[in-house]
Design a protein around this ligand. Structure first.
Ligand code: ZN
Length: 174
């Protein structure tokens, strides 16, 4: 691995609870906070976390107070504060700290509040599951008036002329 530049990622508990987490995270340089490690309760996943720590794939850092305060301020202004847990707050603070220290990290999270705040803080983020599962959404299009269903988007319903809306029809494994 030495010499090759691995992508820096900040991970929350959802990432560490993935089935194939050791294999999946080995291609990255991962960072998280002590509270995320504490959230891992099952033996099976605790073992995986130990392995990642031993391999130095996973690094645990407590973010500085100033970055926590900065995230708090943004969360108060955006109204996200009510749905933001202490752990989420600190994960964001860590991503911000690494970013401001010149490390370009990608925040992996499926938490909508965290994603929203990451965007406001100009931090890059990505969903965990989309990448891990490799599946594609199949859409269908339904007429908003008569309910006629189409597999492709049309400007208007062929039956009654009203607009169509898009809906998830299912998933295809890739
Ligand atoms: Zn229609």
């Amino acid at each position: 691995m030495e010499g090759k530049s691995r992508e820096n990622v900040v991970v929350d508990a959802n990432v560490l609870l993935m089935d194939n987490v050791v294999q999946y995270l080995q291609k990255y340089r991962c960072f998280t906070i002590p509270e995320v490690i504490d959230e891992i309760k099952t033996i099976r996943h605790k073992v995986c976390v130990e392995v990642l720590l031993d391999l130095k794939v996973l690094n645990v850092i407590n973010p500085d107070r100033s970055f926590i305060d900065k995230v708090l301020e943004i969360a108060r202004r955006s109204g996200d504060i009510s749905s933001l847990s202490r752990t989420d707050l600190k994960v964001l603070a860590l991503a911000l700290q690494l970013h401001e220290q010149g490390l370009d990290p990608l925040l992996m999270t499926d938490d909508y509040t965290v994603q929203n705040l990451a965007s406001r803080l100009n931090l890059r983020w990505r969903n965990v599951k989309i990448d891990a599962i490799k599946r594609r959404i199949r859409w269908r299009y339904l007429c908003t008036a008569c309910g006629e269903e189409y597999s492709k988007y049309l400007e208007e319903c062929r039956v009654c002329g009203h607009r169509l809306r898009r809906e998830v029809a299912g998933y295809e494994e890739l």
